[in-house]
Design a protein around this ligand. Sequence first.
Ligand SMILES: Cc1ncc(C[n+]2csc(CCOP(=O)(O)OP(=O)(O)O)c2C)c(N)n1
Length: 381
Amino acid sequence: MSTEAKRAPVQKRKEKPASSDGQENVAPTDDGNGPTTEKDPEMGTVIEKESAPANIAGTTPELRRDLLHSMLLQRRFEERCAEAYALGKIGGFCHLYIGQEAISTGVMSMIRPDDYVITAYRDHAQALARGVSPRAIMAELFGRDTGCSGGKGGSMHIFDAHTNFLGGHGIVGSHVPIAAGVGFAIKYRRGNQVCICFFGEAAVNIGAFHEALNMASLWDLPVIFIMENNRYGMGTAISRSTANEDAIVRANGYRMEGETVDGQDVFAVRECMARAIERARKEKRPTLIEMKTYRYMGHSMSDAVSGTYRTKDELEENMKRDPILLLHNKMFEAGELTEGEMHKLDDEAKAIAQDAWDYADSSPEPPLEKLHTDIYTDTTS
Ligand SMILES: Cc1ncc(C[n+]2csc(CCOP(=O)(O)OP(=O)(O)O)c2C)c(N)n1
């Protein structure tokens, strides 16, 4: 794996980045807090900085720190997954999410504990962002009895009933109709939860996707369909697989609201989610959102990072808009994060990933008698 990809979140920014919409990244504060001078404990120098604005896109400094911590945890956890895979501790397929963390983080930060989440096989980071135990995820990846699916699901089948995380599905597009079913169950029970359904851009060419969107719109189901457009389905660019790349026409085709958003910007993701959640909870209407993103690693751990269907230059160009780096820069500019604090958060994330590894590594494999359990639901209980 590329060392640059690993180190991206702690790189220090040199130039002020332009935000996706060309606006200033940090909204001016009107809370009366003017610039202050302060001693940087890391550098020992006196620096002038703005007080942390109370509000960037509706977030508090505390929430921004939580978002950053969540993204760092996902990144560091998955770097350890890559390492464990190379060492043969993780078997089967293993698809990493590195580069896409603003989506998982932004989405999960907007939903309630009683909402539902369903996803495809690129699922570890999304489960972490949802609050599934890092130990239980790593143990699942290691195929251990203590894993969240009893060690029998593996990387593509992370499942956790406590957080309403309904998997982890390996067949492209197969879970999209299940999301519609969850939406139907919510409505049938007169609940006001929402169901979040993640899938890649290649899944929108699968028939089941169209059937699910049609039913969700026809029956007014509270489902938010999130297409993570990382531009490639395995090694096939979207331009080579999809006749009409405009995702919104698919929403329009089913009389559904559709939106495209910058998936590298956690604030943009949150704002877009706020609209979709309101629509789902209040009007029971579904939404299709295209979140534009980029994956840094190969399609799965067995694929090359670059050099086959995409160039190293393209990869490096896209890594300049690293979601962690973008959030870090905004917080740094707002004067609410020092490099020392960033390193501390990063070290915490690494420690959690290490703890998960140790737990998984010391856990037993599932006993042989569990080979035939968890195949059919026990409908009697
Ligand atoms: C129905 C089906 N066809 C083919 C495959 C093989 N396959 C696995 S992943 C994948 C690409 C899917 O890409 P996308 O939906 O964009 O998600 P991403 O991997 O980019 O997250 C394909 C074709 C599969 N798992 N299921």
